[in-house]
Design a protein around this ligand. Structure first.
Ligand code: NAD
Length: 506
């Protein structure tokens, strides 16, 4: 059987990559089979994509808001209609379950909805008569060519955190998706074309760090949006900003859920299990650590283990399944190795998913849900982002100790409290050092009219993504101070000229 090679998408067309470019395998994680090859864009291909995007910028940025919005609405309709097809592409290359993949497309669609309101979002401001016969107004303009570099775990949603707003605000956009699940990027590219987006406004180049290196130093790229692990986020931010680009760089996570004694334990346990093992724990907002107050810890752990035992694990295309495979053999090895380390460190493996393989697909990249109790800071299983179906449990005396623990962790993406007490929940919300906080909500991903972003090592730089921060990131402000001396009843031209800095009261 011939293995297909994933194309780039440049200037409105799918482009076969250079045959001699370096090649990686794309797997179906559920079977462990190689289903495609992806070849890294060479510098010439990156330059071609940037040149095409730069050439398309002038016309696109000058296109009326009404016509730009019409493209976004058309894209929105096509994306909604294509949800199932796109979700299946995601399942095949990522391994998550079909309903979850549909949910991912839906979350991306929400951002497109937000971008459809761009005429409202780009409204400027106007202050008449700030000084005698002077008016001031301001508006925002696009940057030019911008690029997005995205992780494997949301091959649709994360590109859609970026592209709709970048494009709606008048920029042209180059996507460099993960080479582990690259096909969704081409489906999106086709939808943009069908929606009437002019050639060159949305480009896709495939590849890994080499292709990113070319983007980071390219003089015609004005801004980089990055979502991925923290070490790479730091690198992208450092190299991108030192080459004069705006960079928004969202990094890794280690999200804590604090379970207070007055919480509805059944609800908290069910929510924690869903948030820890959904997408096999490969979400940047997954609950990685449950922080439980001693008084209810035994009860909570017992309920979590009982529920986690019932998580149905199989190929993501199987109806009714809860959790699929992890992305790669290497990821599975890393995850199971981290569980080994917890055992050596003296933690209690109260549910052990290591070595779990489905009878009908033994070559798939599966590992079962794992719960590790009595974990402490200093253990590798606590300190590192595991990014797999592993829930660590840390026991603490009270809310104060819980807050100290969460705040001492280097990551600060999401943090959750389960409680029936408004006062305790409020203390948590006010006292916790994290960007996105859930109160009895296990995965508090903001709706797109708020922005998404963490604190500490979960965000390098300062710009959050999508929402109002997204509009600001992809635009820059112009402030205009004007007067029309010949029209002015109060001043002749020569009287209006001044050698002195005038103040607003003049
Ligand atoms: P990754 O950092 O390995 O890769 C992300 C992107 O960067 C990919 O496109 C990859 O090709 C590229 N890349 C990798 N190494 C590079 C290098 N040295 N130089 C330049 N580019 C490089 O991340 P991943 O494994 O694909 O995704 C999982 C990570 O992403 C986890 O850490 C997860 O927490 C994080 N994530 C964060 C968020 C968030 O919103 N904060 C969202 C999703 C995922």
């Amino acid at each position: 059987m011939t293995i297909p090679v994933i194309d780039h998408f440049i200037n409105g067309q799918r482009r076969a990559p250079s045959p001699d470019a370096s090649t990686s395998n794309v797997f179906n994680p559920a079977t462990g089979q190689v289903i495609a090859h992806v070849k890294a864009a060479r510098s010439a291909e990156v330059n071609q994509a940037v040149a095409g995007a730069a050439a398309a910028f002038e016309a696109w940025s000058q296109m009326s808001l009404g016509r730009r919005t019409a493209v976004l609405f058309a894209f929105r309709q096509l994306l909604a209609a294509g949800t199932d097809e796109l979700a299946k592409i995601v399942v095949r290359e990522h391994g998550k379950v079909l309903d979850d993949a549909r949910g991912e497309v839906g979350r991306g669609l929400d951002v497109v909805d937000f971008a459809c309101g761009i005429p409202e979002l780009l409204k400027g401001s106007y202050s008449p008569q700030v000084s005698t016969d002077f008016d001031v107004y301001s508006f925002r303009e696009p940057l030019g060519v911008v690029a997005g570099i995205t992780p494997f775990n949301f091959p649709v949603m994360v590109p859609l955190w970026m592209a709709p707003l970048a494009i709606a605000t008048g920029n042209t956009f180059i996507l460099k998706p993960s080479k582990q699940d690259p096909s969704a990027s081409l489906f999106l590219a086709d939808l943009w074309t069908k929606a009437g987006l002019p050639d060159g406004v949305f480009q896709v180049i495939q590849g890994g760090r080499g292709s990113v290196a070319d983007l980071l130093i390219h003089p015609d790229i004005r801004a980089i949006s990055f979502v991925g692990s923290t070490p790479v986020a730091r690198h992208i931010h450092q190299v991108g900003t030192s080459h004069g680009k705006r960079v928004q760089a969202l990094g890794g996570a280690k999200n804590h859920a604090v379970i207070l004694p007055d919480a509805d334990l059944d609800f908290a346990a069910a929510s924690t299990v869903a948030a820890a093992f959904g997408a096999a724990g490969q979400r940047c907002m997954a609950i990685a650590t449950a922080v439980v107050i001693d008084a209810v810890a035994d009860d909570f752990v017992e309920q979590v283990v009982a529920k986690a035992r019932n998580v149905k694990v199989a190929d993501g295309m199987t109806p009714g399944v809860d959790m699929g495979a992890v992305i790669s053999q290497a990821a599975r090895d890393r995850i199971e190795d981290t569980v080994d380390s917890a055992q050596r460190d003296g933690a209690a493996i109260v549910l052990d998913g290591r070595g779990w393989r489905p009878a009908d697909s033994p070559e798939g990249f599966f590992t079962g849900p794992t719960v590790i109790d009595h974990v402490r800071p200093g253990m590798r299983a606590y300190d590192e982002e595991i990014f797999g179906p592993v829930l660590t449990v840390v026991r603490v005396r009270d809310l104060d100790e819980a807050l100290c623990l969460v705040n001492a962790n280097p990551y600060g993406n999401g943090a959750v409290v389960f409680s029936a007490s408004g006062g305790d929940a409020r203390r948590f919300v006010r006292g916790v050092n994290a960007g996105m906080i859930g109160v009895n909500v296990p995965i508090p991903v903001p709706v797109p009219y708020y922005s998404f972003g963490g604190w500490k090592d979960s965000l390098i730089g300062e710009s959050h993504i999508y929402g109002p921060d997204g509009v600001r990131f992809y635009t820059r402000a112009k402030v205009i101070t004007q007067r029309w001396p010949s029209q002015s009843p109060s001043q002749s031209q020569s009287q209006g000229a001044s050698f002195h800095f005038a103040s607003a009261s003049s």
